[in-house]
Design a protein around this ligand. Structure first.
Ligand SMILES: Cc1cc2nc3c(=O)[nH]c(=O)nc-3n(C[C@H](O)[C@H](O)[C@H](O)COP(=O)(O)O)c2cc1C
Length: 158
């Protein structure tokens, strides 16, 4: 049983979106995470997310479009800005990745997962890839992905 005095855990959702697709998906993922009402869901564009956001979170979702076969530059920038301060303090952090793409997306996923391996974070669900315009099923799956991360963090099973 949880103590009513225990502080709420934080889920950080960071994303970048130039054309709006990933913004839609990140909002839906955060909505799914918010089904766990015992947590704070912090949804931020990667360019606005800080080292403190990262150090204070208990789970992170990273949403990127695939641009030129890899992650968006602003997602890479977030990793560049936070690595030295956060790497030793976030070992084992539960994470998920979700990617939007025109026709592929696997390059972005593999590059993000290479960086998360550098931080020694823990992948708790396989990355989700939306190719083309998101379908209704994609939206449901993205919400469920956010909920799975939040529920696992809330119950301490990761
Ligand atoms: C500059 C640029 C490069 C892109 N490169 C790729 C790519 O390498 N592979 C791919 O599958 N889609 C590529 N796309 C398509 C985007 O990944 C896709 O439209 C994505 O959903 C865009 O997300 P956004 O609307 O949040 O920016 C590219 C789009 C742009 C604008």
């Amino acid at each position: 049983m949880k103590s009513i005095d225990s502080p709420k855990k934080n889920i950080l959702v960071i994303y970048h979106s130039q054309g709006g697709t990933m913004k839609l998906l990140a909002n839906q993922l955060a909505k799914g995470a918010a089904r766990e009402d015992n947590l704070n869901i912090i949804l931020k564009e990667a360019s606005d997310a800080t080292v403190d956001d990262l150090l204070n979170c208990n789970g992170i979702a990273i949403g990127s479009p695939e641009y030129f076969g890899t992650m968006a530059g602003m997602i890479k920038d977030f990793f560049d800005r936070t690595y030295e301060a956060a790497q030793e303090k976030t070992i084992g952090l539960p994470f998920i990745v979700f990617v939007s793409a025109g026709n592929d997306g696997r390059g972005a996923i593999s590059q993000i997962e290479r960086l998360t391996a550098g931080y020694k974070w823990k992948k708790v669900q396989e990355a989700y890839r939306v190719v083309g315009v998101p379908t209704e099923q994609d939206i449901i799956n993205i919400q469920d992905l956010g909920h799975a991360l939040a529920a696992g963090v809330d119950f301490g099973i990761f």
